[in-house]
Write a new protein. Structure first.
Lengths: 613, 613
């Protein structure tokens, strides 16, 4: 063997880890870890665009290209060119902060039912009569009466009033007036053709997604997504709460991190749509209760200790500048209501997106993120509950987990006694994303590679397996793994490990136990459910068959299970474009009965059962 | 004569001018000009508290005390001790900015009718039940339900939510919650005994007055008044508008000046009441339309050119920080509505203070400030109009004019063929305040010292006068003057000059012409008026007889004329302590019919008549 050692590289902010051979460039290591670093010049070291920061670890001598393209101050601070810098020791690399997914493709996660456009933000184009001694109405009253049909109690921000006289007179009293709620936010001469946008933000524990929406058409036009940077303080909400409680300025730090990320996403989505973020007049925010609290800077301490009380679960309106959001300063930020300490605005948004409580039949919605949230509509009553699923369903803590980007295994099936995989973009496999993970586990169970207890079939038992599967099972005990793709061109082996199976097992067990107890509480049988909605960043991709095979859901016909994509994001978009749907969200939150299941002894018993496959 | 020259000293920000002998100290000159400079050490040059700035003029050598108590940088900048610095040439002296009147004595200008306390700001002291697994309501909902009786749609400022969990738990869920409108502004443990105050501000063209009101009792507790610092850019509103239009950053400068003064007044009034300004939760502001615009930073340009259109005449709510006011940042600033370009919120406040439109009988209110505003209630309709009275009625442009502070002549009457004067505090006379001015003119007219045309009786005509009066008339032509008090101890002669008479003549002519035309427009005779209210900073002091004798008002029984003090300030206080009265102000503004009289040719004819005495 030429290589006697491997180095470990950790990438921030996502926390992806990869083992590499010494001498591998950072760009190559990132690629192996499933991360795309843009290398515009093709790695020739001439454009200087692939900057990253080497935060920890041995710093190799700068190459000639790095010396040419980076300043001494940058080099001192650890800034390097990813395509040039060959790692000589284990390292922690901070990626330059660009959102991971930007553009229209993120919009495919949205499933928006048709609602009439009736946004809280409205742009009015009006032509007013000029004042005269016979018509001495003030500038503001003149404008207010022209837009009055939709808002009888119009008021105005002082800034908007300051701009009013000049704007009215700039183009012969033809103006575009943007009204937020019943407050005049902007008055601009018509010729300046100011647009009017909103942003719907879904703050997940692991992932943050923003959708930019044209408020004059109600259509989403671009999106941006990124890791939740708070992930560095811990993968689940409990560790965030702990960090907030125990670190000096912990809460402030957590808040600043999420605000900075939302501002980045906002800029990226706006740039994509070629608009200025100051034309974003409203931001609707959903997230679980902890994310909601951290976003608002509210102490999350009491969420995490009995009796699990939020600071507020009502809708919150705030001004962008009060929260640090860089959109129109006369705009509004609206946080959808939460229900309880662990059932947040994201669950409310899922129910809104699917109009669950407007349906006459029972249905179940499972929002599978780091924190699993489940809503059960009995046809008359709405029950909600939560369970700690852990980050497995979002690809974190999965050894070769990655997000759904090119090279990710997104589909696995059994064929001819072996596995058949497909990857996003049909690229060489570099990792496994959520849907691939569910598929891989389902196939592993079906093929016998994983036992119903979750233990991987050992060598002694492997005789029962097909040759194809047996050959893919390598390693022993806790290092045992099912290889999905061999190590091509040093891109690393992609596999499902024993540890991965245990992570998923805990997650699905918690979800399954919770939803079973909810059904019992509501006096419903599985057969009574008209449909089961699978939501979450990965929800849209998960095949119903895999979810059923791995036992996330109790046995039922697969055609009752429907992936609804990022339904929390869809609900946020609906609340952005429709005041009626926003009001509906408040009704949903008020109506929801929260079931506190963790404290029931029954839950522990049930969990022990539901962990089994 | 030992002294062959006199020096002229001008004091800023008030613009008081005084002639002094060379070698007079600044403190002594100020005293002669009717200004009190506090000299705590009695002028011994040991405390250093009487600092002023010598802005223009010859700078005398610093005394030993000044070298000891002032830094070289201060001396370079012209800072001097008023008790030490003996002037050697004419000079402009900037007084250190301390409000001129602070304390309870300013409250005597208020005439508050009894209204039930129903302020927009309310402090609730509540004791909540602790949360439990059976009662998982959020902190905010728990509180909202406890204060819910008065506000069903309570929302909360993000800052208030941030403080909520700790405040609730600090004293076993006993808190004081301060609610502004329907927005939670502060939550403080009960033991911290947070008070709850409001500030009513009357921004006059020449004078700004602030009243601090305890919002738990509805009682004003202290006040502070000062010059409007914008006076340096011109005494009347038109010159302010010009400055805003023609100076670089003129509008910003004007706004900053008034905001700084209000902050000074606020601090002074709060200090007097021994509270922290952060417990001031609402500021209600009245002023004429131009002052209102400058306060809000609105371009006043179109107020001053036909068709005289305000930017807004609706009530304006804003957050203190948006305007730069240093009170509770979660508080509210509320500007009462205006009516027209020259009929402002101050007039509305006068009508509110006196409930004019709730009376069954016709009445007239005259608010005599730099801009005269007149309201006529016919018993059914409300008419308002304005006239440019000039600053004479506020003591400016009157040669020995001063405000109503110790040493001011406040009363003049005829007795035994001569004048009898009295001064505030029975001190040596140093100037003449508004009421004294009106009295002096009335007496001058009655005694024959001033002719009905406004010309002072010359030496040739003086034979008709009593000896006492004749001896007091000195000087010739435009320098002719009626001496009210001789030059005692170099405090300067106090007199009514020919120029003073001309200033008053213009002012009263404008007011009289306007109110006569209003009566005609409304189809009312003077006899129909049930009463005439005289408002304004000086209104309370003016004797009805003097106002009638000098012809400010048409002939009528003196008992119909009632001084109502600073009725604009009273109206502002009422709007601060009662939502009903605040609503009434909006009704008054909406109901008022503005009469644009200046453009009527009839006005000019009338004015020529009404200028005569």
């Amino acid at each position: 063997m030429l290589q006697t050692t491997t180095l470990t590289v950790t990438f921030l902010p996502g926390g992806e880890e990869i083992e590499i051979a010494p001498g591998t460039t950072i760009a190559e290591a990132a690629h192996q870890a499933g991360i795309n670093i843009s290398v515009p010049c093709g790695g020739k070291g001439i454009c200087g665009n692939c900057r990253v920061t080497l935060q920890e670890g041995e710093k190799p001598e700068p190459t000639a290209a790095e010396i040419r393209l980076l300043t001494p101050v940058e080099l001192d601070a650890g800034v390097r060119l990813a395509c040039q810098c060959e790692l000589t020791g284990s390292a922690v690399v901070q990626l330059t902060h660009v959102p991971q997914v930007v553009g229209k493709k993120g919009l495919r996660h949205l499933q928006l039912r048709g609602v009439p456009l009736d946004a809280n933000v409205k742009r009015h184009v009006v032509r007013l009569g000029a004042p005269s001694l016979e018509d001495q109405r003030s500038d503001f009253r003149r404008l207010a009466e022209a837009v009055g049909a939709s808002c009888i109690d119009l008021t105005a921000a002082a800034d908007a009033l300051r701009a009013l006289p000049a704007a009215l007179r700039a183009d012969n009293y033809q103006v575009s007036a943007t009204v937020v709620g019943c407050r005049l936010a902007d008055v601009i001469p018509v010729y300046a053709a100011a647009p009017c946008y909103g942003l719907a933000v879904d703050i997940g524990t692991s992932t943050v997604v923003a959708y930019l929406v044209d408020l004059e058409t109600g259509q989403p036009v671009s999106s941006a997504a990124d890791h939740n940077p708070q992930i560095r303080h811990g993968a689940d909400v409990i560790s965030r709460v702990e960090f907030a409680n125990t670190s000096r300025n912990g809460l402030i730090e957590l808040r600043q991190e999420i605000i900075a990320t939302i501002n980045d996403l906002c800029r990226a989505a706006a740039e994509q749509a070629e608009i200025d973020p100051r034309f974003i007049y409203e931001v609707v925010v959903v997230g679980n209760t902890c994310m909601h609290h951290l976003f608002l800077g509210l102490d999350p301490r009491y969420l995490a200790e009995a009796p699990y009380v939020p600071v507020t679960d009502e809708p919150v309106s705030a001004r962008p500048a009060d929260l640090g959001l860089q959109v129109n300063p006369r705009g509004n930020v609206y946080c959808l209501p939460c229900v309880a300490g662990f059932v947040g605005a994201d669950t409310v948004a899922v129910i809104v997106a699917e109009e669950m409580t407007r349906q006459p039949y029972p249905a179940l919605a499972v929002d599978i993120g780091t924190n699993g949230e489940i809503a059960l509509w009995s046809g008359e009553k709405l029950y909600v509950a939560s369970c700690a699923a852990g980050p497995a369903f979002e690809g974190a803590h999965i050894e070769r987990g990655m997000r759904a980007s090119p090279g990710a295994i997104d589909h696995v099936e059994l064929a001819d006694g072996d596995l058949r995989i497909s990857t996003i973009g049909e690229e060489q496999p570099v990792g496994i994303c959520g849907s691939g993970l569910f598929d891989a586990l389902a196939v592993a169970l079906e093929s016998g590679a994983v036992q119903p207890t979750g233990r991987m079939t050992n060598a002694a038992e492997a005789a029962e397996l097909t040759n194809g599967i047996r050959d893919r099972l390598v390693g022993e005990g806790n290092d045992r793994r099912l290889v999905l793709a061999a190590n091509h061109n040093h891109r690393g082996e992609v596999y499902l490990s024993q540890k991965d199976v245990r992570e998923i097992q805990l997650a699905k067990g918690a979800v399954r136990a919770t939803l079973e107890m909810m059904l019992e509480y509501a006096g419903l049988a599985v057969e009574d459910l008209h449909e089961v909605l699978l939501a979450g960043a990965f929800g849209n991709y998960i095949r119903a068959e895999s979810a059923l095979r791995m036992g996330l859901l109790p046995p039922m016909p697969a055609n009752k299970v429907r992936g609804v994509g990022n339904a929390a994001g869809s609900g946020a978009v609906l609340a952005l474009i429709s005041k009626r749907e926003r009001e509906y969200a408040s009704q949903v939150a008020a109506q929801a009965q929260h079931l506190e299941l963790f404290r029931e002894r029954e839950f522990q018993n049930r969990f022990a059962e539901t962990m089994m496959f």
